[in-house]
Design a binder for this molecule. Structure first.
Ligand SMILES: Nc1ncnc2c1ncn2[C@@H]1O[C@H](COP(=O)(O)OP(=O)(O)OP(=O)(O)O)[C@@H](O)[C@H]1O
Ligand SMILES: [Mg+2]
Length: 236
């Protein structure tokens, strides 16, 4: 639980899991993110939209601790993830945070199975074989597990990247255009699966997508424009 400052002598507990404070990022003098403030509550869905090049992936990399902002902080359950020591950062990134990368980031020349299991093995986490097989079935990748990832289609790679991120049962899942390479049937199956995990495992989902009406569960929607993140008002 994230503990807010005392008010009237009592501690106030909130369901906040992640907070970005005054985050700015620039590359070669070009400002991509300009003083962004954002909060994410446990067990919620947040969509981030914006034009290509507007900084969506950059924001996700910073919020997940993968990239350090030029200025500002990211607080995970009240702790600044960029100043924790290496071991603590690795524990949060390894066990608590899942990331589905836009470019998949699979390790070439390893099989699908090795790619999916690698984070679990590196973090010395327990593998439940029944869960693993269920995940393969739900993502329709059972027939691919012995195949080298180099030989997969874009949509197959995307489903493998999703399996790898979900197997460790993260508390927060960052998903950077997770259905960008999928057909409607696979997109529906993955959205259903994510919604089930959100309900059953109290997952917090932060997702970059261009798709309209992806989720049936309630969600917040933000747009990133000129380095500024603004909440979209929904009319439904
Ligand atoms: N490591 C980096 N070094 C230099 N420039 C970078 C770096 N990372 C991102 N950029 C630049 O920052 C801008 C935002 O990139 P980013 O990948 O965050 O955009 P995006 O909104 O995710 O775009 P898309 O929808 O195409 O995926 C781009 O102009 C990109 O070239
Ligand atoms: Mg991107």
């Amino acid at each position: 639980m994230y503990v807010l400052p005392k008010k009237g002598g009592r501690l106030i507990y909130s369901s906040l899991i992640l907070k970005g404070e005054n985050i700015s990022q620039s590359y070669n003098g070009y400002t991509v993110l300009n003083n962004i403030n954002c909060e994410f509550k446990k067990n919620t869905i947040t969509l981030i939209k914006g034009k290509s090049g507007s900084g969506k992936s950059t924001l996700l990399h910073i919020l997940s601790g993968l990239e350090k902002p030029k200025s500002g902080f990211v607080l995970y359950e009240g702790e600044n993830i960029h100043i924790l020591d290496e071991k603590q950062q690795a524990k949060i990134r390894g066990e608590k945070i899942g990331f589905i990368f836009q470019e998949f980031n699979l390790i070439p020349d390893l099989t699908v199975e090795k790619n999916i299991l690698l984070p679990i093995e590196l973090n010395k986490m327990h593998i439940d074989n029944e869960e693993l097989n269920n995940l393969y079935k739900k993502l329709d990748i059972s027939h691919l597990i012995k195949k080298n990832v180099r030989l997969l289609s874009g949509g197959e790679k995307q489903r493998v990247a999703i399996a790898r991120a979900l197997l460790k049962k993260p508390e927060i899942l960052f998903a950077d255009e997770p259905t960008g390479n999928l057909d409607a049937i696979n997109t529906n199956a993955i959205v259903k699966m994510l919604e089930q995990i959100i309900i059953e495992q109290k997952l917090t989902l932060i997702v970059v997508t261009h798709e309209e009406k992806l989720f049936n569960l309630p969600y917040k929607e933000f747009e990133l424009t000129n380095g500024i993140l603004s909440e979209c008002i929904k009319n439904d």
